[in-house]
Design a protein around this ligand. Sequence first.
Ligand SMILES: Nc1ncnc2c1ncn2[C@@H]1O[C@H](COP(=O)(O)OP(=O)(O)OP(=O)(O)O)[C@@H](O)[C@H]1O
Length: 264
Amino acid sequence: MPSLAQALRSTFAAADTACPLQVEGLTKRFANSDTPVFADISFRLNPGQSVALIGANGAGKSTLLRCCVRLIEPDAGRIVLDGVSLCGKSGRGLRQARNRVGFVFQKHCLVPRLSALSNVLHGSLAHHGGPRHWLQGLATQADREKALHCLEQVGLAPLAHKRCDELSGGQSQRVAIARALMQDPSILFADEPTASLDPQSGEEIMELFAALGRARGLTLFFVSHHIEHALHYADRILGVRDRQLMLDSASGAETLTSLRGFYA
Ligand SMILES: Nc1ncnc2c1ncn2[C@@H]1O[C@H](COP(=O)(O)OP(=O)(O)OP(=O)(O)O)[C@@H](O)[C@H]1O
């Protein structure tokens, strides 16, 4: 008779390839701290789902999001992306496993002196084996057409050749989203994508995520301090507090008041 732990492990081992992200027992402690940021966190996302991650400042949201793709190395836990375990992978193997993951950050991390189109082309590097492809200027015509199409999808094709340091914050965030789309992502991670935007631009970016999610069947996993965004744009809300996943709920079951309590 298998133990509960063995049963859980074998269930997890038979990972559902249709599941965009499964994590089990994720734990992270930074070297300069005695206590973990979070410990033993487990959840799985469903395809096409829009999931908000909420929590107070310093609760560990960004760290958790990054640990899910090993941009930050967790201390323990298992991660399966699109049916592929990230455990034990490094270098090329890890990059390949992350091939269909898009990441959008609060600060869009664009190269300021390059055009929007060139920045979006960077998003295809993972498919072409690293920066040499870019440095040698070998972007194919097909890559350029795809990059333009991605810019079209975020409503920015007319500004394709404009330098990124001449774009507004909202336009820059659209370029960052177009760059993520170059990966043909099945899952898009977004870390406070509207934090540096005015309310109107923030709404527009969230509308864009929602529209792209519907059109492409994308799974969206986003961090937000805007409870309204979590309620309006997410199907499901995860909340971290006291190093644990304290909330995992359908957004329809939550209210502004119930979520505000999360920040008390
Ligand atoms: N690279 C790091 N080295 C050491 N400690 C870190 C590092 N990154 C984050 N931390 C610490 O981990 C904790 C969680 O940080 P994190 O940025 O994940 O929280 P957050 O919930 O995203 O916060 P915020 O809402 O303010 O962005 C904080 O105490 C932070 O100081």
